[in-house]
Each structure stands twice: as C-alpha cells, then as structure tokens.
Design a binder for this molecule. Structure first.
Ligand code: ADP
Ligand code: F6P
Length: 344
C-alpha cells in the first residue's frame, strides 16, 4: 500500500530474539535516513521502549563501526503486553507525540504481528526488516542472522566431529530454529551430519528411538566403527538432545553425548552475507518509507528487492529446500535411498 505523505522523522526498533546483523540493519537505516534528510528516533528494548517512551535520537556517528557486532545496541525485548489493544493505542499516541511519520521494525514474525497490530491504530508508515536466525519468514530468501547462525552451527559440528571421530561416538547436537528446520538442514549438510531431525520432517512421520538406533547401526555396518553426528532441531524430542542421548546410552548401550548450541548461535561477528543483507534491507526500508509505502516487509528474493505485505510473512510458509532434503536423504545417506522427504 502507498500513501501520499513523505516522512521527515522516522522511528526504528529491534524486537524479539536478537539476530546477528541487527546492528548492521540499524546502521543502514540511520545512514539512509540521513542521506535522505530524515531524522531517526530509536526506541530501546523493542515495543517496551515504544510503550515506555524510552527513545534516543540516532545520527551517523552513533552507528559507526557497529556492523561487526551481533546483538543490538538499542536492545531488544519480548513484550507480551503489546498484543493488547490499549498498547497499540498508547504506542500510536507516543509516536504521534514525537511527530514520527514512519517506523522501521527489525525483528521476526512476532515483531511483524506487532507491527501489523500497531498499523490498525496508527496512521504512520510501518516497514518490517526481517531479523531472526530462524529464517521462518515468508517472502525473503533469507532473514538477517540466519547465515551467521548456520555458520556457527557448522563450526560447532566440525569441532564435535573431531572428538566424535576420536572416540567412535554418537553425538546429538541441538540447534535453534524455533519451529523451523532451516538452521538444522543447512548446518547438517554443511557439516556432513549423518542424520537430522527437523520439525518439517517430524510432522509427517515422527522418528522413533528404534528407527534412530537402526540407522546408527546400519551406518556402522556400512562404514565400520566411527563417528555419527545427528543434528536435532530444538523442540523435536521430549527432553531434547540430553534426554535422547541418555536414552540411547542407557537403553541401547550406545556411547552417546549431547551438545546444546543454544544462544551461541546468536553471537559473535555476523557473516559478510548477513552484514550485506542487513545493509541492503535497511536502506530498502527507508527508501520504501520515502516512497510512501506502508504495511510491508522489505525483503530480497532471487537477488531482487521486494516488498511483502506484513501479514503474508507469517500466514504463508516458506518450505525447506526440497533439493537439499533430497541430497541429504537420497545421495548423502550412507545406508539407504528413501523417497523424497521420507524418514526412517
Ligand atoms: P520474533 O519477532 O523474534 O518472532 P516474538 O515472537 O517474541 O519474537 O515477538 C516479539 C514481540 O512482538 C512480542 O514480544 C510482542 O511484543 C510482539 N508481538 C508478537 N505477537 C504479537 C501479536 N499477535 N500482536 C501484537 N504484538 C505481538
Ligand atoms: O527466534 C530466535 C530464537 O533464537 C529461536 O531460535 C529460539 O527458539 C528462541 O529465539 C529463544 O528465545 P529466547 O532468547 O527468549 O530464549
């Protein structure tokens, strides 16, 4: 949707789980705004700051040399009360009182739901910038932070492989992703994992412990003694990697170790891919505001900048790459060649 006014003063916030590259996106928003003669007001702690009027003015010197750091210099937060009508009304009032005409929300699907909710009560322009390690937003090939999370998981999996190989052990490495298997799939492929347990695959045919054991034994039969590394997406096994490895060791006598990567996946230097994506999308967001656009996410699809209605980013689903699944299951699987997407 496009509206006639051109913003002179824009707001920006980072919301939900922080993602590597959020700082780079913030820098891009500030530099682009300055380039087009707009002022930038940043709300600290996501929607909490919008409700509490916790804001600071940002200029180019404030965002110099921040793109190499993960986290977010303006802080992020989860703000459950923002779902209430009164919160959106208060946020609209606060934005108007500051004479802000456009707002850039950097975050994931929850943050975009919040942006959409605000849009029902505020007449200013709202643009989303996809910032989440989970990559679970429809309409953009990648979200900011995903590339870094995959790189961190791959690096950890490589290290795990060294010790697993030395002692012929089974390792279960638990990765993040909320309810999506993007990090699991890409890191498993990048590190040559023997097995992956992903939410999208579990929906059709959940793995049983017997099937897991069978696969481990068949890999051993084919390759001889050695390491076996399994990538487990979070929430896909009751009790997670720890419970699964305890079960394998206690019930089947398999020397097995768990490793939870957790929030490590959200820290350290963002990859060049994330820094550049964040820079492009941050500028795109400001240019969309300048063009009078509202209610969309700034995305990148097949190398092209795109605008996706906010609601579509969570009502439509991005599937996992079927070719990567096929390769993992049919070509790289050491023991069998099942049909596409099939789990055994
Ligand atoms: P992410 O943006 O990373 O998905 P969350 O799901 O925690 O993270 O969402 C971030 C914030 O967005 C929430 O804490 C809340 O303030 C806001 N939010 C999420 N869902 C809604 C909703 N349905 N309506 C209004 N605000 C929401
Ligand atoms: O959405 C990003 C994410 O890191 C998910 O992968 C994970 O499930 C969740 O946030 C963890 O949330 P918190 O940082 O609140 O523990």
């Amino acid at each position: 949707m496009s509206i006639a006014t051109t913003a002179q003063r824009i707001g920006v916030l980072t919301s939900g789980g922080d993602a590597p590259g959020m700082n780079a996106a913030l820098r891009a928003v500030v530099l682009a705004a300055e380039h087009y003669g707009m002022e930038v007001v940043a709300f600290r702690h996501g929607y909490e700051g919008l409700l509490n009027n916790e804001h600071i003015s940002l200029q180019a010197p404030d965002v110099l040399h921040i793109l190499q750091y993960s986290g977010t210099i303006i802080k992020s937060a989860r703000c459950p009360r923002f779902k209430e009508e009164e919160s959106a009304e208060l946020a609209a009032k606060n934005l108007d009182a500051l004479n802000i005409q456009g707002l850039v929300v950097i975050g994931g699907d929850g943050s975009f739901r919040g942006a959409h909710h605000l849009g029902k009560y505020w007449k200013g322009q709202i643009i989303g910038v996809p910032g989440t390690i989970d990559n679970d937003l429809y309409g953009t090939d990648a979200t900011i932070g995903y590339s870094t999370a995959v790189a961190i998981a791959m690096d950890a999996l490589d290290k795990i492989r060294d010790t697993a190989d030395a002692m012929d052990r089974v390792f279960i490495v638990e990765v993040m992703g909320r309810h999506a298997g993007f990090i699991g799939l890409k890191s498993a492929m990048a590190a040559g994992a023997e097995r992956m347990i992903l939410p999208e695959l579990q929906k059709d045919k959940p793995l049983t412990i017997a099937a897991i054991v069978k696969h481990i034994k068949r890999v051993e039969a084919v390759r001889g003694a050695g390491s076996y590394v399994m990538v487990l997406s979070e929430h896909q096994w009751p009790g997670g990697a720890v419970a699964l490895s305890e079960q394998l060791e206690a019930e089947y006598g398999m020397p097995c170790r768990p490793c939870l990567l957790g929030h490590i996946q959200r820290g350290g230097p963002p990859t060049a891919t994330d820094r550049v994506l964040a820079s492009e999308l941050g500028v795109h967001a400001v240019e969309l505001i300048r063009d009078g656009v509202t209610g969309v996410m700034a995305g990148l699809r097949a190398g092209e900048l795109v605008e996706v209605p906010l609601e579509e980013t969570w009502t439509k689903k991005s599937p996992l790459d079927v070719n990567l699944l096929r390769i993992q299951h049919e070509i790289f699987n050491p023991v069998k060649k099942p049909a596409r997407n099939e789990q055994e």
